[in-house]
Design a protein. Structure first.
Length: 284
């Protein structure tokens, strides 16, 4: 039976550290502030934005949600971001995705100042991942790595197999795992004999978006299984990309869904906010 890696516990201890850091910053006259921009009326985005608000407030982080109607133009969104870029009191900017059709997503994401890009989506921060330079990196890939490091899971020299090469999770993880000295294999829809590759993995990371598609037979006994997937389960609730109930009997360690990787996402954004303050030279 695998060790179940509880993301919620890790997130709780990280929140305590963040709260202490926020208190220290406030003593130095810096009140960390996160600005979130939401365009349109996507209900899931509103839930995520509100949940970040609650969490930030508990940690003493200032939070401002800028909601704009779906009819707004891309230029108006960029003008708002430009204002936030220039505002000294705003240290981090996050754009809730998806943006409505008709708005050039890439142009909007590129308008965020890289040192305020707490979601790690700006091409400059993406470039830092490739070159191994420290920058602001995307929250979910960071969560996948943090969950392993905090559980004392050795990454160096391990064969990590990623299933999924999406822009949000899989692709940044390729280089982030490489920077952790893993040997990395990347699988996707064109991969031939997926289960051959997954069975080679010491560390198997699923970032696909297909409910329970990684079955127990695809896992090498004793492997570490990190499930970044969030899917609607048949019959209600959420489930991951891994068939948890059966995989737990084969893996050495495994993250559940919910309660695994997803539990760390907001806290990684908050950690990035504190890093952004440092990068902006706002603290000693
Ligand atoms: P995405 O952009 O849709 O990418 C999915 C990837 O999976 C693609 O690379 C695709 O291959 C690959 N794939 C799809 N079906 C496959 C199959 N049958 N066999 C092998 N590969 C397959 O997804 P994403 O945005 O990266 O998100 C991935 C998952 O992470 C989703 O479940 C999402 O909900 C979740 N997520 C979680 C969090 C969190 O906080 N935990 C945050 C963001 C996303 P191709 O490239 O060939 O199409």
């Amino acid at each position: 039976m695998a060790i179940i890696i509880e993301g919620r516990k890790i997130a709780a201890s990280m929140r305590m550290e963040i709260k202490e850091e926020v208190t220290r910053l406030k003593e130095q006259g810096v009140v960390p502030k996160l600005a979130v921009v939401l365009v349109g009326d996507d209900p899931a985005s509103l839930v995520y934005a509100r949940s970040k608000e609650g969490s930030c407030k508990k940690l003493g982080i200032d939070y401002e949600l800028y909601v704009r109607p779906g009819t707004v133009s891309g230029d108006e969104v960029i003008a708002l971001i430009d204002r936030l870029n220039k505002e000294d009191s705003t240290h981090g900017i996050m754009i809730e995705l998806p943006l409505p059709k008709g708005i050039d997503k890439q142009k909007v994401l590129e308008s965020v100042l890289p040192v305020k890009d707490v979601d790690g989506v700006h091409p400059i921060n993406r470039g830092f991942i490739l070159s191994g330079v420290d920058g602001l990196f995307p929250a979910t890939p960071l969560s996948c790595i943090e969950i392993m490091l905090q559980n004392g899971i050795e990454i160096t020299g391990k064969h990590a197999v990623l299933v999924g090469r999406g822009e949000t999770v899989g692709k940044p993880l390729i280089f982030m795992m490489l920077n952790q000295n893993a040997t990395v294999t990347v699988c996707h829809t064109r991969t031939k004999d997926l289960s051959y590759h997954t069975r080679q993995a010491d560390i198997l990371i699923a970032a696909v978006g297909k409910a329970r598609m990684i079955t127990a037979g695809m896992i090498k006994p004793g492997a570490v299984v990190i499930d970044a997937g969030i899917n609607e389960a048949e019959g209600g609730g959420l489930c991951g990309d891994v068939d948890f109930e059966n995989a737990v009997k084969v893996a050495g360690a495994i993250t559940p869904v919910p309660g695994g990787v997803g539990s760390l996402t907001t806290v990684m954004i908050q950690k990035n906010l504190l890093k952004a303050i440092k990068l902006q030279g706002r603290r000693p």
